[in-house]
Every structure is written in structure tokens, then in C-alpha cells.
Design a protein around this ligand. Structure first.
Ligand code: PHE
Length: 396
């Protein structure tokens, strides 16, 4: 074995443990001096052989040749018996020393090889979960696949829906004006949605608010809320005055979808209740909000209207942002788009929740968030907002 020939059968056969490294190692060993004669020279050659192996497997094959029963070292030890006792002791000690030295070299090399093999395995098994984002992003923005490089998976950045973004922006505007933000349930009892808002059963104003009813007893007692106004009641019931709050949320009405209507929509309610609040405060608040949110060139106007829970009441409209007042399909040719309703909180509503109308007065308003988004982003048809055409959703 120690006479392995580099060009011989063991070379290049691909058998485990007989790689190039091992052949070189066995060569080193074949040329080594007899350890009985030159132990230090043998140890040096043995260490070179250890360095030459290229894998832990090769090292395992080399090990018996270096230190095993049929190794030169063992043969040298067996010949010690023929020496005089003094000589035997010195030579034996020397053979032990070089054995330990080579054993240590084998261990060190084994550690290196095992670590390198583990590193290589981890590297080979690694899953690359990353993507070249710059190219993928370019593609998601419409570049051709050639420009992005073939084989790049399409990557699209998610974004906040226009309606949610509008809601966030509206909250920001109102928080900037000193309002807090409150919340309420989407499923309401008849009492919160209608009665507490001064709309007893069979009140004709309920006709404006046809909705969806939950299948619970008694019939028609639980509804999907038709507006955010019931949150006014909940805020007032909490008993903390004064109130300066906005209440955004989802609402429902039995409505046929068209350019300006959808059966599911979003409103933001505003409620101010304090001492000495006047209609002037309401008008000023609407005006300030319109300028802050829509910017110059868009104004608001109030028109007399009726809501059972406010007195006096008004509808508020803003300049149509699609035609800038000239008249178009979206504004039915009027140049104005209705955004919502408002008015001074009816004393009966304050009374119903135990607030003294002699001491406190207030105003309320409620308007469509979807309508705001439609006007802000110039979307002629409301339905486009829910068609999920990314060209619509991706703007702004
Ligand atoms: N809740 C009314 C609607 O949905 C709007 C409104 C809110 C009117 C507050 C007056 C005061 O039409």
C-alpha cells in the first residue's frame, strides 16, 4: 500500500477515499524515512501527508497507513525488541513522541476538513429566498422583461387602498384641527341607527336609509349601520364632555351601484358638543377642512336640508374636481358634488343621552370617504375603486 503509484489504479477511479489528495498523501508517506532511523524525518513526511489529504474521508483512509498495525511506525516499534535496553528506552520514547505529534496533526486536519465540509454543505443547501428587487420593481412598474433580465420573478409592492389612504389623510386633517378619533360597531341596533337619532319607527326619514337587516328576532331590530351617526350616540353616552371627535367607518345601504353610489361605503362623522357652539363654528369647520384637504380652487357650500337628528340641517357640497365646476356626468351637470350632511345637534338627541341642551350645544357632520377619494383623485366612476384595477389603485 505504501508504494501507491500516482498513475496507478487507485488514481482517478472515483472510489471513495482514493482521491488525488490521498494519492499525493500516500506518495509523501512512501518517500518517508524509516521512523526507527530518523523519527523526526518520518514525522515531517507524515505531517506533509496529512496536509495533502483533501477530505475527511481521505484522512480516514490514510490513518491506518500512518499509525495503524501495518504502518512503518508500528514496524519500527516491533523492531525495538532487538535493541539493547538503554537504546530501546530512548528509541521507544522518541517513537512515542513522534506518534503523539502525528496524532495531533491528524486531529487538527480532521477538524479543518470537517468544518470546511460542513460549510460547503450549508452553502449548497442554502435556499436563496431573496430576489433582485431593483429589476423586479422595474418590471412591476411596466418595464419589459428583457430590460429586467429573464427569470426574475415578478415582484409587486403592496399599497394602501385609496379609500384607506383617504381615511388616514382625513383623520390627519381633523387631528390637526384638534379632534380625537372614535370608533363604533358596523352592526347596530335599530335604536342606535335610527331611534336615538330622532327617527322613531315608521318615521319617513328612514326612507333615505334603507339597509340590510340581520336575520335575528325581533325582525328588523339589528341592521348594518346606514351611517356613522350612531357613533355620535355612543360617544355622548360615554358621558365625557366636551366632545370634539371624528368617527370614520364602513356603512351600508340598499343602493344600486352607479357613478356616485355603492351599497358598501365609508363615512366620517364629526361631532362637537360644548358650551356656546354655533352654526358659525360648523360652517368654519367645514370650510377649513375643505381647504386643507382639497386645496385651493375647491370650495364648499351649504344648502338647507333635513335630517331628523340636526336642526337646522344642511347638505354640504364641494366644487366638482372632475370638471372644476363646468358640469359633467359625475356631478350631473351641476358643477357641485354632494359630500355629506351636517347641522346643529337636535336638542332631542342630546336629551336622549342625558346631556343638558340648555347648557350644551353642538354640531355634527357626516360625509363620504369614498366620495372624497373620488374627488381628490379625479375618479369619474365610484365603481372603479372596487374593481381592483391596479392602475386606479396605484395612483397618488
Ligand atoms: N348621517 C347623515 C347621512 O348619512 C349625514 C349627517 C351626519 C347629517 C351628521 C347631519 C349630521 O346622510
Amino acid at each position: 500500500m505504501t508504494g501507491a503509484d500516482p498513475g496507478g489504479a487507485s488514481h482517478g477511479t472515483g472510489a471513495a477515499g482514493t482521491g488525488v489528495g490521498q494519492v499525493v498523501a500516500e506518495d509523501e508517506l512512501a518517500g518517508a524515512p524509516d521512523p526507527a532511523v530518523d523519527p523526526a524525518g518520518w514525522a515531517l513526511a507524515a505531517e506533509r501527508a496529512v496536509e495533502a489529504v483533501a477530505s475527511a474521508e481521505e484522512l480516514r483512509s490514510l490513518d491506518p497507513l500512518l499509525l495503524g498495525k501495518r504502518s512503518q511506525l508500528t514496524a519500527a516499534r516491533q523492531r525495538l525488541g532487538g535493541l539493547a535496553p538503554e537504546e530501546r528506552k530512548a528509541a521507544g520514547g522518541e517513537l512515542n513522541r513522534v506518534r503523539q505529534q502525528v496524532e495531533a496533526a491528524v486531529e487538527r486536519r480532521r477538524g479543518e476538513l470537517v468544518a470546511a465540509e460542513r460549510r460547503a454543505r450549508v452553502e449548497a443547501e442554502r435556499l436563496d429566498l431573496t430576489e433582485p428587487l431593483a429589476a423586479a420593481r422595474a418590471r412591476s412598474l411596466g418595464a419589459t422583461s428583457a430590460a429586467c433580465g429573464a427569470g426574475v420573478a415578478v415582484w409587486r409592492q403592496g399599497l394602501v387602498h385609496l379609500v384607506q389612504r383617504t381615511r388616514d389623510q382625513l383623520e390627519d386633517v381633523f387631528v390637526g384641527m384638534g379632534f380625537t378619533v372614535a370608533d363604533g360597531p358596523e352592526v347596530e341596533t335599530d335604536w342606535y341607527n335610527f331611534e336615538a337619532l330622532n327617527m322613531p319607527p315608521a318615521h319617513p326619514a328612514r326612507g333615505m336609509f334603507d339597509t340590510f337587516y340581520l336575520d335575528v328576532e325581533p325582525a328588523e331590530s339589528v341592521v348594518l349601520r346606514t351611517h356613522t351617526s350612531p357613533v355620535q350616540i355612543r360617544v355622548l353616552q360615554s358621558g365625557r364632555l366636551p366632545v370634539y371627535a371624528v368617527m370614520p367607518g364602513r356603512c351600508f345601504r340598499r343602493e344600486t351601484a352607479d357613478a356616485r353610489h355603492f351599497p358598501v361605503f365609508h363615512q366620517v362623522e364629526g361631532l362637537v358638543v360644548d358650551e356656546g357652539i354655533t352654526f358659525g363654528d360648523l360652517a368654519g369647520t367645514i370650510e377649513t377642512f375643505t381647504a386643507a384637504y382639497f386645496g385651493p380652487g375647491i370650495s364648499a357650500r351649504l344648502r338647507p336640508a333635513f335630517f331628523p337628528f340636526t336642526e337646522p340641517s344642511a347638505e354640504f357640497e364641494i366644487t366638482c374636481t372632475i370638471c372644476h365646476g363646468a358640469g359633467c356626468r359625475t356631478c350631473s351637470g351641476t358643477g357641485w358634488v354632494e359630500l355629506g350632511g351636517c347641522g346643529m345637534v337636535d336638542p332631542a338627541v342630546l336629551q336622549a343621552v342625558g346631556v343638558d341642551p340648555e347648557r350644551y350645544s353642538g354640531f355634527a357632520f357626516g360625509f363620504g370617504i369614498d366620495r372624497c377619494a373620488q374627488m381628490r383623485y379625479g375618479i369619474p366612476d365610484m365603481r372603479a375603486m372596487f374593481d381592483n384595477d391596479v392602475r386606479v389603485l396605484r395612483q397618488a
